[in-house]
Design a protein around this ligand. Structure first.
Ligand code: CUA
Length: 329
């Protein structure tokens, strides 16, 4: 390929890749945010649309004037040496281009500040319908959730329909920073070791809402996905009770969830291009104590993914590895 062609082609490819990557998770071909299903997400989108009106208008104004000036004031047949008209000052125009941006900033600022409390402020626990509090912890490369009754879930959070949910987002002190973000359910919050950040949502439609860790946290950052599955209130309550019982007597799928979230993203059984050694045929799997040792302390490049897990989660994982992963391989 000739050098000149290569020089033009490479940036063009990069730019189109970036342009195509954006719409992948957004609405309207990349121009609009994901449609919200929670009041705070709606307010974020309102603010986005309000800002887009002004930026869109300024963009059109600038581009149209640019094209108009290029055509209207082109050189034509004038000699290169001919000087243009000498213009000094235009008070009305200068006032207009000073005042208009000030007014635009005031309009954007006041609207955003008007919307902000409804985005930021977590509804009180006494608000109608009550509130569910969930602890959300970011780990390399999975999300660990803990419900008030002690139920633990990995990556997929179940939540009740039409109820305020408060997320207390953090990371253990041996972790790096992650960021929780489910676009349809509102804002984004960093999970920072030692600091608890809050976020909330109240989903008005049942369904599964997906998101992705939004802070580059390491080699498997891209696989650190999260989902919130919104269930009708009664169904959720029943699930939470049943799940608690199942986790207590070791019959839940917590082991499988933990394996999928904390192990399988790096250790594929098929050696499918993953970053850690395959677990297929690994004798360690049948030895709960050895598994616990590695999981709590890490090994080589492997972080201590389960350093602070409770027995419930550790036992669930070791049992799952012993019975399902080793047995099935
Ligand atoms: Cu966790 Cu990126």
């Amino acid at each position: 390929m000739p050098e000149a062609v290569r020089r033009t082609l490479a940036p063009a490819l990069v730019v189109s890749a970036l342009l195509l990557a954006t719409p992948a998770l957004a609405g309207n071909g990349g121009f609009a945010p994901v449609e919200g299903v929670s009041p705070n997400a709606d307010r974020i989108n309102d603010a986005y649309n309000w800002v887009a009106i002004f930026t869109g208008a300024v963009f059109l104004l600038v581009q149209i004037s640019l094209i108009w000036f290029i055509i209207r004031y082109r050189r034509r047949r004038r000699a290169r040496t001919v000087e243009g008209a000498q213009i000094h000052g235009n008070t009305k125009l200068e006032l207009a281009w000073t005042l208009a941006p000030v007014l635009i900033l005031v309009a954007i600022g006041s609207y955003v500040f008007y919307k902000l409390p409804g985005i930021e402020n977590v509804p009180s626990a006494n608000a109608a319908g009550g509130r569910l509090d969930v602890q959300v912890d970011g780990y390399r490369y999975y999300w660990n959730y803990e419900y008030p009754n002690g139920v633990i879930a990995v990556d997929t959070l179940r939540a009740p329909l039409d109820q305020n949910v408060r997320l207390q987002i953090a990371a253990p002190d041996f972790e790096v920073i992650h960021s929780w973000w489910i676009p349809a359910l509102g804002g984004k919050r960093d999970a920072i070791p030692g600091i608890t950040n809050e976020l909330w949502f109240r989903a008005r439609l049942p369904g599964t809402y997906r998101g992705q860790c939004a802070e580059f946290c390491g080699i498997q950052h891209a696989r650190m996905e999260a989902a919130v599955e919104v269930l009708p209130r009664e169904e959720f309550d029943t699930w939470l009770e049943d799940e608690d019982r199942a986790q207590r007597n070791g019959t839940s799928d917590l082991g499988e969830q933990t394996y999928a979230g904390a192990c399988a993203k790096c250790h594929g059984l098929e050696g499918e291009g993953d970053i850690g050694p395959t677990l297929r045929g690994n004798g360690l799997l049948g030895d709960p104590e050895a598994v616990e040792e590695v999981v709590r302390n890490g090994l080589g490049k492997m972080p201590p993914v389960g350093k602070d897990w409770g027995d419930r989660q550790m036992d669930a994982l070791t049992e799952y590895l012993e019975e399902e992963v080793q047995g099935g391989s």
